[in-house]
Design a protein. Structure first.
Length: 174
């Protein structure tokens, strides 16, 4: 399986293993909690439109493929972080369900490209709309985590979670 591209870091991590603070653990815990909330939301939304989570992820990976050409099964495997034979089996099921079509590459007939059907496009558009809405709902909490990480990187001795002056204003009903 191909390794994901390295994510460049602008500066070193704010804490060494010997200097991890309780705020570091809280930040990581909150981030993982938000990820789990989003994934749970996504799983339920996919089920409501008759898709499995993996099918939804595959449709999104095909539609959102970051290159000009349509993705191949190998590309899909990389994007989903699964083995190529597993991606091939998933594509077989998507084709059988009428959600994906295969086509031969115009330049290399041995290469097979993947595309969504009109039915898949419609389901994915509905799902993507509500997923973007959910991300907007989670945005303040995600930004808070990033803000904490940035502040810890700038001054690792300072824990902004305990400084009321650095907390964002509470929203209505807080």
């Amino acid at each position: 399986m191909a390794r994901p591209p390295a994510i460049p870091q602008a500066r070193p991590a704010p804490a060494t293993r010997a200097r991890l603070e309780r705020s570091d653990y809280r930040t990581l815990s909150q981030f993982r909690f938000l990820l789990r909330c989003f994934l749970e939301f996504s799983q339920n939304a996919a089920r409501r439109v008759g898709l499995t989570t993996r099918q939804h992820q595959a449709l999104l990976a095909i539609k959102g493929f970051p290159h000009a050409d349509a993705p191949t099964i190998g590309d899909l495997a990389t994007r989903l972080r699964i083995r190529p034979h597993s991606a091939g089996e998933l594509v077989d099921r998507l084709v059988e369900s009428g959600l994906v079509v295969r086509s031969h590459d115009a330049d290399d007939r041995r290469r097979v490209r993947l595309a969504l059907t009109a039915v898949a496009e419609e389901r994915l558009a509905d799902l993507s709309f509500i997923h973007l809405d959910e991300l907007h709902r989670l945005r303040p909490a995600l930004q808070q985590i990033l803000w904490l990480l940035h502040d810890q990187a700038a001054d690792p001795a300072h824990d902004p979670a305990h400084d009321p002056a650095n907390r964002p204003p509470a929203g209505p009903g807080s």
